[in-house]
Design a protein around this ligand. Structure first.
Ligand code: ADP
Ligand code: MG
Length: 308
């Protein structure tokens, strides 16, 4: 067992013929009910797109065979195996990243995001739990894992409080009315109640990946802002005591570069980069490609505050 997500468990697997190791994601088909064609369609797209960028985990194969009675209800997806763990755990272990290292990671991730966007796909679930290191080495490549499918799953199970931290897919950021709270007691965001932004409506990518749930490309840039903040500070910008307060903070774009002692070694250029990604209006938020041109990510690193 390598890990688990909301809808899946992920296991280490060996391809018997070659002896090569893979990560095998096991999805219970019950969760796909009614959307089987969407899932299959999405998988085909993932298979094609995932092999085109070195920092996107490649989907090598998928199958729905009946191995035994217990496995007949599962769907299996075989990905590159990443043995270096989640970015989340590395941030926790370090406390935070030095600015130059953070910039290098952010540049790599954004390049992969820009590539995904160019293919007409919105990643939608960018967070340090979905960013994996290829090997345990300190300088291992960072890989985007887990894209595409989780969104289809969430259209049914709208319990996404955790992801909310990195998520701009709510009306304030798309310019629409208030989300519905309270279903099932705690904070539940009815994603299907949301509508897309104008930019999304105008986009030529009008396939299922961009349709319906208000998840357009600017959400990934917002999430990059949250990830960058997290890398630099070691905590997320909208941390609050309850999901409801957190939600309100996100809607208001209410965050600060505080407490000061966590930000003393962080340049104004880095803060400006975070601010740009966390532009509330998705129409005014820079695209992933535009973010790559930001001074913070340009090759000249002289603006970094020197780190110990
Ligand atoms: P979910 O869609 O349910 O969130 P993920 O694809 O994010 O599923 O996988 C859940 C966890 O499994 C990840 O956070 C990670 O720890 C582990 N995992 C996923 N893919 C891989 C992989 N390719 N190599 C190694 N571990 C992985
Ligand atoms: Mg995940």
């Amino acid at each position: 067992m390598l890990g688990s997500g909301t809808y899946t468990i992920v296991k280490e697997a060996i391809h018997i013929k070659t002896g090569k190791y893979y990560a095998c994601k096991v999805i219970n088909k019950k969760l796909m009910e009614g959307r089987e064609h969407m899932v299959r369609n999405e998988i085909a797209v993932l298979k094609r797109i995932s092999s085109g960028n070195p920092n996107v985990v490649t989907l090598h194969d998928y199958f729905e065979v009946r191995v035994s009675i217990q496995t007949s209800h599962n769907l299996y997806l075989c990905f590159d195996l990443c043995t270096g763990g989640e970015l989340f755990d590395r941030i926790c272990a370090k406390g935070n990243y030095y600015e130059a290292d953070a910039a290098s990671l952010v540049r790599t991730i954004l390049t992969a995001v820009a590539y995904i966007h160019k293919g007409g796909i919105v990643y939608r679930d960018l967070k340090p739990e979905n960013l994996l290191f290829r090997t345990p080495a300190e300088d291992a490549d960072i890989m985007i894992a887990d894209f595409g499918l989780s969104r289809i799953m969430e259209m049914r199970c709208a319990r996404c409080v955790h992801s909310l931290r990195y998520d701009a897919t709510h009306p304030a950021h798309l310019g629409f009315a208030t989300p519905l709270w309270g279903e099932g007691g705690e904070g539940v965001l009815r994603r299907d109640a949301l509508r897309g932004s104008r930019r999304e409506a105008e986009s030529a990518d009008g396939d299922l990946r961009d349709a319906g749930a208000g998840h357009s490309k600017p959400v990934d840039v917002w999430a990059m802002g949250v990830v960058t903040y997290f890398l630099l500070a070691g905590y997320t910008p909208f941390d609050r005591d309850t999901p409801k307060l957190e939600m309100e903070a996100i809607i208001a774009g209410d965050y600060k570069f505080e407490p000061e002692e966590y930000w003393a070694n962080v340049s104004d250029t880095a803060r400006d980069f975070v601010r740009a990604c966390l532009t509330i209006d998705p129409e005014r938020r820079p695209t992933a490609a535009e973010c790559l041109d930001h001074k913070w990510l340009a090759s000249n690193t002289s603006h970094f505050v020197s780190t110990p």
